[in-house]
Design a binder for this molecule. Sequence first.
Ligand code: PRT
Ligand code: ZN
Length: 283
Amino acid sequence: MIRIAIQAKGRLNEDSMALLTEAGMRISESRRKLLAQAEGFPLEVLYLRDDDIPQAVADGVADIGIVGLNEVEERGKDVEVVHRLGFGKCRISLAIPKEEDYEGLSWFSGKKIATSYPGILGKFFSENGISANIETIAGSVEIAPSVGMADAIFDIVSSGGTLVSNGLKEVEKVLFSEAVLIAGKTLSEEKRQLLAQMVFRFEAVERSRGMKYMLMNLPQDKVEDAVKILPGMKSPTVLPLAQDGWCSLHVVVREDELWTKIEQLKGIGAEDILVLALEKTIR
Ligand code: PRT
Ligand code: ZN
């Protein structure tokens, strides 16, 4: 049995739950419970606030966890980042009032900067020889300059919309973050093995993201042209059809290239093109 801590509610909860489900670990019990049992894998799920996940994993309250890299860096707990998960992407940036001229980091010397990430900011400033006044606040960091609490902020940015609507501009991107899988450093051999199995399943799910499975009928003498259009995982699979001179071609394509490929394939005579969802890719 292995215990994973995930965010109880908030931005990472839904994607974390979806990843577990797609990896064959269903959680049927009510989310209101602090601890739930998964089906399909010897897994317990502990629901916590994201701030508490690095600590819980470092202390062994949970064996592993899913949390933003920003929280891992900020808390500075002794945990191992096992795998990047590709969701919850954001950056932590320094932002200043938009009317200010900005010519470099020295702008921040002697200034007051509001943030919920004093650890990361303190380290960044000391590495860059900047001496500034870091003001730790828990929430609504973006309003601090307009109410006179600070000269600038250091906060999470994703689309940048929040900064714009508060009259701020992003001037330094300090940390790029995404959800990561973390693990305690003293897991038993049994738990290490379960963790390896989970990572294997996560990778199979991730490889299929943004990919589609496509099959079509094609004149036999066009297979070579089709191979040039479709590199595929190794190369496309070609199966004979009952009708002479025709074959069935199967291939995995990237979703963002799908329509271009379809047009090119139609151009060489492909017919009856089917596009299917790709769920898992095992290597
Ligand atoms: O209750 P709990 O403590 O568990 O949750 P929380 O409120 O502390 O965190 P939550 O759910 O807001 O975020 C969880 C994690 O999601 C963060 O630690 C980041 O790793 C990640 N993440 C990804 C984000 C964003 N994108 C994001 N845009 N976290 C917060 N934001 C906020 C940001 O603070 C700012 O207010 O969204 C606003 C900026 O968004 P844009 O799109 O306007 O730039
Ligand atoms: Zn939090």
